[in-house]
Design a binder for this molecule. Structure first.
Ligand code: ADP
Length: 257
C-alpha cells in the first residue's frame, strides 16, 4: 500500500510551501521569457544585414554585367553589412562565454591596464584622452576583463561625443573603494534611459537617429564582465553635458585590514 504523505499539523506550512514554489516558478518563467526574447532579438538583428547582402548579390547577378558601375556600389553595401554581422556574432559569442566564464584574478596595478588601453584607443579616437588620479592603486581582478570593459567605455565615449572634445579617465581611491571613471562631453543619457543602457540590444534614440554604428551589446557585455569580477558598473550624467561611467572595485587594502 502506498502511504499518504504526512500532512503537517500546521496548514500554514503548506501555504508557505505553495507560495515559495510559485515564486520559484515565476523566476524560472521570467528567465525563459528573457532567453526567448534574447534569441528573437539576435535573430532579428541578423536578419537585416542578411537581407541587404542577399538583395545586393542578386542585383549584381541580374544587372552587374550590363551595369558594371552597380557592382562597386553593391559590394560596398555587402562589405559593410558583413562587417556588422561579424561584429554582432563576435559579441554574441563573448556574451555566451561570459555567461559561464570564471575569471582568474590577481593583484594588478590599475593604472597599468588604464594606460595600455588608453594608448590603444588614442590611436583610433578623434577625442583627446586625459588620465588623472591615483597611479598606484592596486585592485584584485582580472586584467583582461577590465581592459575589455574600459575599451567599451572609451569606444562609446568616442562614438557618442564630439570630435576633439575631452574624454577624462580618472582613478580615485577611497578607504573602501577604488573608482575608475570615464567622463565624456557628449549628449549624455537621460536619467530615465540610464538603467536601460545595460540591457541587451538596447540602443538610444541618439545612436539610432544619427546612424552611429553599434549592436546594443557592448555595455551588456561590459556589465556581465563586471559582475563576474564583483565590480560595480554604473552610469550617471555629467553636469551640464556628457556622461560618466564608473567602475568601483573593492579596495584590497581595506579588505585585508
Ligand atoms: P551600442 O553603442 O552598440 O549601441 P552599447 O551597449 O555599448 O551599444 O550602448 C547602448 C546605448 O547606450 C547606446 O546605443 C547609446 O544610446 C548609449 N550610450 C552608451 N555610451 C554612451 C555615451 N558615452 N554617451 C551617450 N550615450 C551612450
Amino acid at each position: 500500500y502506498a502511504s499518504a504523505l504526512p500532512v503537517p499539523d500546521n496548514p500554514l506550512e503548506v501555504e508557505q510551501l505553495a507560495s515559495s514554489f510559485n515564486q520559484l516558478l515565476e523566476t524560472v518563467n521570467q528567465k525563459s521569457e528573457q532567453e526567448k526574447a534574447f534569441v528573437s532579438n539576435a535573430a532579428h538583428e541578423l536578419r537585416t544585414p542578411i537581407a541587404v547582402i542577399l538583395g545586393h548579390s542578386k542585383l549584381i547577378q541580374r544587372r552587374g554585367k550590363s551595369h558594371p558601375e552597380l557592382v562597386n556600389h553593391s559590394v560596398a553595401f555587402i562589405t559593410d553589412e558583413a562587417t556588422r554581422m561579424q561584429r554582432l556574432v563576435n559579441q554574441l559569442l563573448v556574451l555566451s562565454r561570459a555567461d559561464r566564464a570564471k575569471s582568474e584574478r590577481s593583484y594588478i596595478n590599475l593604472s597599468d591596464v588604464v594606460f595600455e588601453t588608453v594608448e590603444e584607443e588614442r590611436a583610433v579616437l578623434s577625442q583627446r584622452i586625459a588620465v588623472t588620479g591615483d597611479h598606484s592603486a592596486v585592485v584584485y581582478t582580472n586584467a583582461d576583463n577590465v581592459q575589455q570593459i574600459l575599451r567599451t567605455l572609451l569606444d562609446n565615449a568616442g562614438k557618442y561625443s564630439p570630435k576633439g572634445s575631452l574624454i577624462s579617465v580618472k582613478i580615485q581611491t577611497t578607504d573602501t573603494k577604488i573608482i575608475l571613471s570615464v567622463t565624456d562631453e557628449g549628449p549624455g543619457i537621460k536619467p530615465e534611459d540610464q538603467p536601460r543602457v545595460f540591457d541587451r540590444f538596447y540602443r538610444g534614440d541618439f545612436a539610432r537617429d544619427e546612424h552611429i554604428q553599434g549592436t546594443g551589446l557592448g555595455l551588456s557585455i561590459a556589465k556581465q564582465l563586471a559582475n563576474l569580477n564583483q565590480i560595480e558598473l554604473d552610469v550617471t550624467s555629467n553636469q551640464p553635458v556628457g556622461t560618466i561611467f564608473t567602475l568601483s572595485f573593492n579596495n584590497p587594502k581595506y579588505q585585508l585590514s
